[in-house]
Design a protein around this ligand. Structure first.
Ligand code: NAI
Length: 248
């Protein structure tokens, strides 16, 4: 039997890129998936494609930085599918190379950025954990980045925060049988990477990777399924680098 049959998963930032592939991978293993994103058009298309491929999915809008919006997403999921078993905190925005400096980023942009890229994961977790706990437990994966381990300005700072949040929440959630882990991908080929990272920088990064190629969202999906599934039932508070060997 597929590992996620009878389970419900929310994937944030699933209207495109890595989140889209995560949503498809969960649906392919039997989960009912709620595709959650600010982008209604893209998110609806992703959910429709999963359904056309024989899976179960719905789109619901969310702004992960807004507790009310996160609460409405949780309510929708419980009403539609009965419970929430899994949460993938994948949504994020990119700063853009010119904005990355901590010392000079405009303060209002910095606050907006952190409210999505760091606080968003906590906002979403706070919205779902009680339902998970009431149903015997669940599992959560936060999307970190290898940017947490090298200098990368406020983008990297947010991912250091994601790692810390994962470790701290593991203790608070463990008593409710809720596991929480993070995946830290290395450079991964998505629309966002193409538009935010100059080709010369990508080439340089890839040349220094032991495995000498960029990752794809599909390269990450196996780790996501493992960490969310019962295969990892004694694993919590861990940060898994899936990165072609970037962080050794
Ligand atoms: P992407 O830009 O293609 O997808 C991000 C999605 O999040 C978009 O659909 C966007 O609409 C959504 N989103 C943005 N703000 C939101 C909000 N406030 N509420 C709800 N949804 C919102 O990005 P990509 O490349 O697929 O990255 C996904 C995740 O993986 C991010 O957390 C990113 O930091 C992380 N990551 C990406 C790497 C890469 O090389 N692409 C490497 C390491 C980590």
């Amino acid at each position: 039997m597929a590992r996620f049959t009878g389970r419900t998963a929310i994937v944030t930032g699933a209207a495109r890129g890595i989140g889209e592939v995560y949503a498809q991978a969960l649906a392919a293993e039997g989960a009912s998936v709620v595709v959650a994103d600010l982008n209604a058009e893209g998110g609806t298309a992703v959910a429709d494609k999963i359904v056309a491929d024989g899976g179960t999915a719905s789109f619901h809008p969310v702004d992960v930085s807004d507790p009310e919006s996160a609460g409405a997403l949780a309510d929708f999921t419980i009403e539609k599918y009965g419970k929430i078993d899994h949460l993938v905190n994948n949504a994020a925005i990119y700063g853009g190379m010119k904005l990355d400096l901590l010392l000079t980023v405009p303060w209002d942009y910095y606050q907006k950025f952190m409210s999505v890229n760091l606080d968003g994961a906590l906002v979403m977790t706070r919205a779902v954990w009680q339902n998970m706990a009431a149903n015997g437990g669940g599992s959560i994966v936060n999307q970190s980045s290898t940017a947490a381990y090298v200098y990368s300005g406020f983008y990297g700072l947010a991912k250091v925060g994601i790692n810390g949040l994962t470790q701290q929440l593991a203790t608070e959630l463990g008593g409710s049988n809720i596991r929480i882990n993070a995946i830290a991908p290395g450079p991964t080929d998505t629309e966002a990477t193409k538009t935010t990272t100059p080709e010369s920088i990508v080439k340089d990064m890839v040349s220094r990777l032991p495995l000498k190629r960029m990752g794809t969202p599909q390269d990450l999906a196996g780790a996501l399924l493992y960490l969310l599934s019962d295969d990892a039932k004694w694993v919590t508070g861990q940060i898994f680098c899936v990165d072609g060997g970037q962080v050794i």
